[in-house]
Design a protein around this ligand. Structure first.
Ligand code: GDD
Ligand code: MN
Length: 380
């Protein structure tokens, strides 16, 4: 008798829990944040006593067992979820996938290292519920917001510069478009999701620049805390990715940024070519044929390594793949050169304008090189 009563009480609680879909999802990208997880969940619970929330940790296969711990926490607490990605990297894409994995009408993005002040979440949600804003940003710069002790001097200055650049692509007036702490209505995200570039670090900026409509943004100041456990993952490559994101938002609708980069490196290759040719002729007194051949090989090789480093940083080839890639790149570029010369002489025969013929050859050659090498050299 008592058993049955107990059981139906439990069922009632379960039913209520299941029925109450969370109103707020907090999406937290993680990379080796094990020691921060448990305190963070406790702080969230403390900060949001009257809100139905869930937290989604999107972990890029951390080596310190972050995902295992997140699942262990999820065993004890239904509000905790873990999305583990394998063979993938990137803060922005992690956030996008975490957001897509939830159905909550409001979503917050927040760092997993306790640097963001979770006590802001309640106020952010309040602003969104009232309906005056589409997006609320935890901002480190407005009014009495502070960079606190969380950023070094050099980073604070770099961050200022990056912020000013960001305003070039932003559709909204915003003091801190670089913030990694913000909350929005789900429909705002879905309106932009197919245009997001998902590159690198700056998911807020990406969202601001990709939104089809003008967003009403509210900023709430907060103090960026010092990291207690683990370390920052922001390195030089992140700066580069930031530049790529800006470029994509500015010229991406005209030419793909990757092609622009490939063409730029190709242009640089011309200088390498001429320098080697000159050196071979003047300093080593080689025959023209020898010097020209040396210049071709050197330029192709340097182009390959530059592209491998910059253009295809996300698909970078290593070890024997590097050798295989180099050989395929030689082959592809040689065919590209044949196409280049062939087309140029054809055009020249027709119109006799040397520079037009030359440019036509170069365009066809580089589009060929780009298209084929993106499939065969940097596949995966
Ligand atoms: N899943 C995943 N994949 N998570 C990542 C990755 C990744 O490739 N890289 C970093 N993270 C996670 C970290 O574990 C952390 O929870 C959060 O993303 C922020 O990373 P940090 O390495 O702590 O960044 P930060 O403190 O240097 O930079 C913060 O401040 C910047 C402003 O100065 C971030 O909030 C940035 O978004 C912000 O622009
Ligand atoms: Mn951090």
């Amino acid at each position: 008798m008592q058993d049955i009563a107990l059981q139906s009480a439990v069922t009632a609680i379960d039913a209520r829990r299941i029925a109450a879909a969370p109103e707020l999802a907090i999406v937290i990208p993680t990379l080796n944040e094990r020691d921060n997880l448990e305190p963070l969940v406790a702080l969230l619970a403390e900060a949001l006593p009257d809100v139905a929330w869930e937290v989604i940790f999107v972990d890029d296969d951390s080596t310190d067992g972050t995902a295992d711990l997140a699942r262990a926490l999820a065993q004890r607490d239904l509000r905790v979820r873990c999305l583990q990605r394998i063979g993938r990297r990137g803060l922005a894409s992690a956030c996008i996938e975490g957001i897509l994995a939830s159905a909550s009408p409001y979503v917050a993005v927040m760092d997993g290292d306790l640097q963001h002040d979770e006590r802001l979440l309640g106020r952010m949600l309040e602003r969104l519920r009232r309906g005056d804003f589409d997006l609320v940003v935890g901002s480190r710069y407005v009014a009495d917001g502070a960079v606190g002790d969380g950023l070094s001097d050099r980073r604070a200055r770099a961050s200022h510069l990056a912020t000013r650049l960001a305003r070039l692509v932003c559709k909204a007036q915003i003091a801190d478009p670089m913030s990694g702490f913000f909350m929005f209505r789900r429909d705002v995200f879905h309106a932009a999701v197919r245009r997001l570039s998902g590159e690198g670090f700056k998911i807020l900026l990406d969202l601001l620049a990709s939104s089809p409509q003008h967003l009403r943004v509210c900023e709430i100041p907060f103090e960026f805390r010092k990291r207690r456990y683990g370390e920052s993952k922001l390195d030089v490559m992140v700066v580069w990715e930031y530049g790529m994101l800006l470029a994509d938002k500015m010229i991406g609708h005209l030419v793909p940024v990757r092609f622009a980069l490939f063409a730029l490196i190709g242009g640089l290759g011309l200088f390498v070519h001429l320098a080697v040719l000159w050196t071979g002729l003047k300093l080593f007194s080689l025959s023209f044929l020898e010097a020209q051949a040396g210049a071709v090989v050197t330029a192709m090789t340097s182009n390959f390594f530059l592209n491998n480093f910059f253009t295809y940083r996300d698909k970078r080839l290593h070890r024997w793949q590097l050798v295989r890639g180099l050989v395929s790149f030689y082959a592809i570029c040689s065919l590209g050169a044949v196409a280049n010369v062939g087309l140029a002489s054809y055009v020249f025969r027709i119109d006799q304008i040397w520079w037009l013929a030359g440019i036509a050859g170069v365009i066809v050659g580089s589009v060929w090189n780009y298209a084929i090498s993106s499939v065969y050299t940097w596949r995966r």
